[in-house]
Design a protein around this ligand. Sequence first.
Ligand SMILES: C[S@@+](CC[C@H](N)C(=O)[O-])C[C@H]1O[C@@H](n2cnc3c(N)ncnc32)[C@H](O)[C@@H]1O
Length: 350
Amino acid sequence: MQELVQAYYGQELQGTADLKTSACCDADAVPAWLKPLLAKVHPEVSSRYYGCGLVCPPLLEGCRILDLGSGSGRDVYLLAQLVGASGEVVGVDMTPEQLAVARQYQAFHAEQFGTANVRFLEGTIECLEQLDLDPGSFDVIVSNCVLNLSTDKPAVLRGVQRLLKPGGEFYFSDVYADRRLPEAVRRHPVLYGECLGGALYWNDFLRLARAAGFADPRLVSDRPLAITEPALASLVGEARFFSATYRLFNIAALEDACEDHGQAVIYRGTIPEYPTLLPFDKHHSIEAGRVFPVCGNTYRMLLESRFAPHVEAIGSFDHHYGLFEGCGSSIPFDAANGSEATGGAPASCC
Ligand SMILES: C[S@@+](CC[C@H](N)C(=O)[O-])C[C@H]1O[C@@H](n2cnc3c(N)ncnc32)[C@H](O)[C@@H]1O
């Protein structure tokens, strides 16, 4: 499958227009604050963008970021502007043709941004330990539509956990299915190359993430994917696919459920892009200045990460009041259960 993926992204696809489904084509609206940064990315790099989401969380200045399956480098060059001269972005990809495009424009972007803070490494994301990267050395690891293409997803998640600093996060977009896919779909070359065949059943992904040490994966956003080509749609049958962005914090003390310790936070409104409302994850949009009740895990994610200076803590872990209300276990994606995006509902988890 790795050879198939290399041939698909290295030779078959020449640009976004060649894709046969909407799986690897990001329909997320780019926020206004990112548009000027995106405009500085070289058009050839952007024309070979095959991502399925937006992997630019806030507070990246000075951060060390690793991009798994960085392709032609669009996200790397976007993130390079956000980390600035005191940060660094490292891209890893296994396809020489993709790396060649990314590297071809390194000098162009260094001149545009006034700093050379980007590196591209050739390698597979299942074997990150073979690259010259120190354990516990990255603040944030991102990935855009790549985990589904991996033939050993547990190894990728273990490698991510090893490379993240304590309090760091894996913030990534990928494709998920509403069920385990049959062999014929999993091994179909076009469906695999288009990021559908290798998609994990969403609940299996949550299990893998927990097994790799990420006890409480947080869904940030999701959207349903369309398979417009009739032949491919009939092969896939009733299975439905979603693009989703998750954030996985590397905090050892996180629990596998949201527990109520009577805690709350107050967001100070100090993150420049989010002066009034911090969209932390799909179920936590935190209004500035307001007392916002949280479970123990959310408390730790906010106070043991780079978000800490922007949040006032209320309470401690001295008392326990049972399970935090609102913890669910059904499929989390909107279009799958007929509900609308909740946006800002406070005090509910998972
Ligand atoms: C769908 S494209 C996404 C590229 C890039 N993230 C973007 O948003 O444009 C998938 C990329 O992941 C790379 N890739 C797939 N499997 C990989 C693996 N196991 N190790 C390293 N790179 C991989 C491919 O070479 C390709 O460049």
